[in-house]
Design a protein around this ligand. Sequence first.
Ligand SMILES: Cc1cc2nc3c(=O)[nH]c(=O)nc-3n(C[C@H](O)[C@H](O)[C@H](O)COP(=O)(O)O)c2cc1C
Ligand SMILES: C=C(O[C@@H]1CC(C(=O)O)=C[C@@H](OP(=O)(O)O)[C@H]1O)C(=O)O
Length: 388
Amino acid sequence: MRYLTAGESHGKQLTTIIEGVPAGMPLLAQDINESLHRRQGGYGRGKRMEIETDDVHIMSGVRHGYTLGSPITLVVKNDDYKHWTDIMGEEPIDPDTYIRRIVTKPRPGHADLNGAIKYGHRDMRNVLERSSARETAARVAAGAVGKILLNHLGIKIVGYVKEIAGVVAKDFQSLSIDEKINRSNQSPVRTLDKDVEEDMMSKIDQAKKDGDSIGGVAEVIVEGVPAGIGSYVHYDRKLDGRIAGSVMSINAFKGVEFGIGFLAARKNGSEVHDEIMWSKNKGYYRKTNRLGGFEGGMTTGMPIVVKGVMKPIPTLYKPLQSVDIETKEPFHASIERSDACAVPAASVVMEHVVAFEIAKAITEQFSSDQFTILKRELDRHREASRCF
Ligand SMILES: Cc1cc2nc3c(=O)[nH]c(=O)nc-3n(C[C@H](O)[C@H](O)[C@H](O)COP(=O)(O)O)c2cc1C
Ligand SMILES: C=C(O[C@@H]1CC(C(=O)O)=C[C@@H](OP(=O)(O)O)[C@H]1O)C(=O)O
């Protein structure tokens, strides 16, 4: 499975093309929409989310509710486009209007300056339109298809917020994954910990009031992936590496850890490695899960536990110094519409990029032209690894 996305933030639409989804898998627009709507929500987002209603249009690859095995094209319209037709249209524009509207002031922390240098754009709108996290709607659409595939294979996944600006949620390891899904869906900041919700929201309110922005940590848990998915043979087949890459590719994400992650550097081996157990019912399992479900680039059969850290949003009302690329004069950032905190929304994005990577690894490892055969093979693998 692989996918490509296309589309500018204030252009007509976002398009996702996914290749390699097995034929015969049930797939409905409403299931993809559930993911898209979750991504749009979350406390801390700016005015743009009041304009958009992200609903998917399935343009190819699905017939009568089932996948065909051919490329699936998903379209999400940008409702904001109607306000940007003069700026974002494909026809040549009157030079006076154009000059008045070009973006020459790069925001520290965004892709503006580096993207302009790379492509030679003197108008940094040509960069920001595509570097905008609007693209994550298209990625969530792809991830939703991956997640639907996993769900049909008995694999469940949840993403939620662990921390916002130093307010840390407690661990809820004993909660079932279904309870985690419910709690994160009900929380305005998508955390499992009701006790810290208010604190998280007041941090966001304070950041908004100060014209500043804040970041945090999101966590994703995946249950039901059998042992031995991924590979220890090649760097680009190690599944933990691929998941880490997908998380790092989310806009504003600056780090990833599995299980106890960076804490492992300060512990002895006896405090880090998960002892191996066996029982007739469960087969092999680990007493603990400090390594977050991976050894040797392959799944251990324990829950996959991955965290990603998101930096504060770059667009600030509070001025940060930068340089105008036309005049070379210093300036202080101008006021622009922006999110103050997007960690709740990003936890949904993270859930979906991780879902896609796992679905992709499973379809690579087993026969995947036909969904029923894939399901049979995975069940066989589950049984073989239990009895191994
Ligand atoms: C869901 C989501 C919403 C975001 N919203 C904004 C925003 O409103 N304003 C902004 O400047 N950056 C926003 N970002 C972050 C930028 O897109 C990101 O910082 C930028 O693309 C530069 O990439 P980098 O931070 O990965 O280096 C958002 C990110 C995500 C995941
Ligand atoms: C549009 C989305 O997020 C956008 C991501 C974003 C950025 O710079 O990354 C900037 C903002 O866009 P605008 O400048 O139009 O207000 C966010 O709203 C979205 O998540 O769908």
